[in-house]
Design a protein around this ligand. Structure first.
Ligand code: ADP
Ligand code: MG
Length: 403
């Protein structure tokens, strides 16, 4: 299990950065929505979280080259995955201009970097417009490294990927971990090393298959695991209940039975919903009803945990000293199915004297979308997959490369 022994070099270890070209791999992969013929950012949390490292380097006189991926383009330029709106927002947050290149390692990137004065910031285009990014191609890694003198890894949401920008460049240049990566690691380390007890985990989201690996590891650490969201229906089915038309991964029932057996052996309390908000369609205007979790009518889908479950979960959480929450309790994007997620978020945010951590892109977005003050949580992770893989005990290549 990774831990404090993996202490990574920080920005200060790079020495004087004045006049040096510093490549900062951030995670600026934010949700966008179409508006007219452009795109608007619907949640800028990752840009705000990335800005301090960029600002610190610029303030120290570095020529800062910021790079990120955005979405899943197919390996060439696609306007809808352009980082242009992100660069505009980054400039607003920094309160300083950001010179935007129209390619990743092409003539525009080379000219933009060459044009930087000390303390100025440039942003490359979406790294995944280069097919060599995700294959960690040597040629692309060489080209990216040629743009810079030093490397700072600060894109926590991408450290579980071995890509050209996360492992290729730091293999070729002196490197350090950025402030965001260090802050994320600091919190995750506290979850895995002697967490204050009781340690409660709340898991939700859509697919149980995405969360089985982390569940397996959390069984050895947590005292309680509360399960909501789409994944709870595979648990309810494993207990022999009818889940109607709810999200069900029938091929995972055996795995879930195994989880339930292990939990019992270890004395870990697995808490499932007792009621659910159900509707015929996943739609904001489909009439809803609250039904018992062990008897969901065949023509209805469970789309949120019900009010009794929200109370049950909140009471289970009330004495927790450590909480990790990943995955919304329902289809929070639609108002009729948001109450469960809101109740759990409020219950966690209201805990005093506990370390509370939110991991997962949609969970973090839910907190902000529901208007819950982010500062009421101990930490909101910018990396969904990365934080889950850390908690699974996996090695994260983007961190190993910074060591
Ligand atoms: P995170 O990004 O926080 O890790 P996931 O990606 O696992 O979370 O899951 C988020 C998605 O799960 C949301 O889009 C939400 O609508 C969906 N979801 C939650 N509950 C249900 C449910 N009961 N049925 C279907 N989808 C659900
Ligand atoms: Mg998600």
């Amino acid at each position: 299990m990774p831990g404090p022994s993996h202490a990574l070099p920080d920005i200060a270890s790079l020495g004087d950065v004045r006049g040096r070209r510093v490549f900062v791999r951030s995670d600026l992969n934010v949700p966008l929505a179409q508006s007219g013929d452009g795109w608007v950012i619907t949640d800028d949390g990752r840009i705000r979280a990335s800005a301090p490292t960029i600002a610190e380097l610029a303030d120290a006189g570095a020529r800062v080259i910021v790079a990120s991926h955005l979405g899943r383009p197919k390996g060439g330029f696609e306007a809808k995955y352009s980082l242009r709106p992100v660069g505009i927002r980054l400039a607003e947050i920094l309160g300083a201009p950001v010179a935007q290149a129209s390619d990743v390692v092409g003539p525009s990137a080379v000219a933009t970097v060459a044009g930087l004065a000390d303390g100025e910031v440039a942003l490359l285009e979406n790294l995944r417009f280069e097919p060599g990014e995700t294959t960690c191609d040597d040629g692309l890694s060489d080209q990216l490294a040629a743009l810079c003198d030093l490397y700072v890894g600060d894109g926590f949401g991408a450290v579980h990927r071995a890509h050209a920008s996360t492992t290729g460049v730091p293999q070729r240049r002196p490197h350090a971990a950025g402030n965001l990566v260090l802050a994320e690691l600091d919190v995750l380390t506290r979850l895995t090393h002697d967490p204050a007890r009781p340690y409660a985990v709340v898991l939700g989201g859509s697919k149980v298959s995405d969360k089985l690996a982390v569940l397996g590891n959390l069984l050895t650490q947590a005292d309680q695991i509360l399960v909501g969201g789409g994944m709870c229906f595979t648990f309810l089915a494993a207990l022999g209940y009818d889940v109607g038309g709810s999200l069900l991964q029938a091929d995972q029932i055996d795995n879930v039975r195994d989880v339930l057996r292990q939990a019992e052996q270890r004395g870990v309390d697995i808490v499932l919903p007792v009621d659910v908000v159900a509707a015929a369609e996943v739609s904001a205007d489909s009439p809803t009803q609250v039904v018992a979790a062990d008897l969901i009518p065949a023509d209805l889908k469970g789309l949120d945990i019900g009010p009794l479950s929200a109370d049950l979960f909140a009471s289970k959480l009330s004495d927790a000293k450590t909480v990790f929450w990943n995955g919304p309790m329902g289809v929070f994007e639609l108002a009729p199915f948001a109450a469960g997620t809101r109740a759990i978020a409020e219950a966690i945010a209201g805990l005093s004297g506990a370390l509370t951590v939110v991991g997962g892109g949609d969970s973090a977005a839910a907190v902000r979308l529901l208007g819950i003050d982010e500062s009421r949580f101990g930490h909101i992770s910018t990396g969904g997959g990365a934080s889950l893989e850390y908690l699974e005990g996996k090695e994260l290549p983007g961190l190993t490369a910074l060591g």
